[in-house]
Design a protein around this ligand. Structure first.
Ligand SMILES: [Zn+2]
Length: 214
């Protein structure tokens, strides 16, 4: 996989590149013709910092104040820089300690998204920005929104490094990379995937942690 990776640069910054491999891959909710790798963006401090800054600038004016950034898919480093950028831009938070929380939920064996008693207070009654790495169907966003609402939080904008959709249930999805950044990017449901229909084998299962070859 690594040697087939091709770099695509963000429109807004030539320092930010996602890596992608063309093929036939499965996510938890779809089949896609590119494996998109945002590992370096999530793990290199200089890239995460720039992405955090850009995503903060794209989302700060969608809510009158921001208390918490909820990070999915190992995006905590970016979330930290986003929160820092919000504070530098003097985005208001209503938190008692006058700073923004950056928190990740637990995902249990059944795939349920949950917050424990020590982090619940960072969601309940808070204005929350949701951060993910890649978004194709929006199904993960829908489940996260449901979870945050369950714990009493108000979800505002959603930020994603890569996203093929602009909106989920009225929440704008702001991203640095969109489908048109990858030539002929396609996502299908399992049932209408033309690669499966042609009997082409799936190469790998992909999720926020990376890929597993099949
Ligand atoms: Zn398929």
């Amino acid at each position: 996989m690594e040697e087939r990776m091709v770099k695509f640069y963000a429109k807004e910054s030539s320092n930010i590149a996602l890596h992608a491999v063309a093929g036939h891959f499965s996510t938890s909710h779809s089949h896609i013709n590119y494996y998109i790798d945002v590992t370096t963006i999530k793990t290199r401090v200089n890239e995460a910092k720039e992405v955090g800054k850009l995503l903060a600038q794209k989302t700060y004016n969608h809510m009158d104040y921001i208390d918490t950034v909820v990070c999915m898919d190992g995006t905590e480093l970016i979330g930290g820089f986003m929160a820092d950028q919000y504070e530098q831009m003097h985005v208001e938070s209503r938190n008692q300690h006058d700073t923004i929380y950056v928190v990740s939920p637990e995902i249990n064996g059944n795939g349920q998204i949950l917050f424990r008693d020590n982090t619940k207070s960072m969601i309940q009654g808070k204005h929350v920005v949701l951060l993910l790495d890649t978004t194709t169907t929006g199904e993960t966003i829908r489940r996260c929104i449901e979870c945050i609402r369950y714990y009493g939080g108000t979800v505002g904008p959603v930020a994603s490094i890569f996203s093929t959709i602009q909106e989920v249930e009225g929440h704008q999805v702001q991203s640095l990379f969109q489908a048109d950044d990858l030539p002929n990017y396609q996502a299908y449901t399992q049932h209408d995937c033309p690669y499966c229909a042609k009997g082409i084998r799936l190469e790998a299962m992909v999720n926020g942690f990376g890929y597993s070859l099949l």
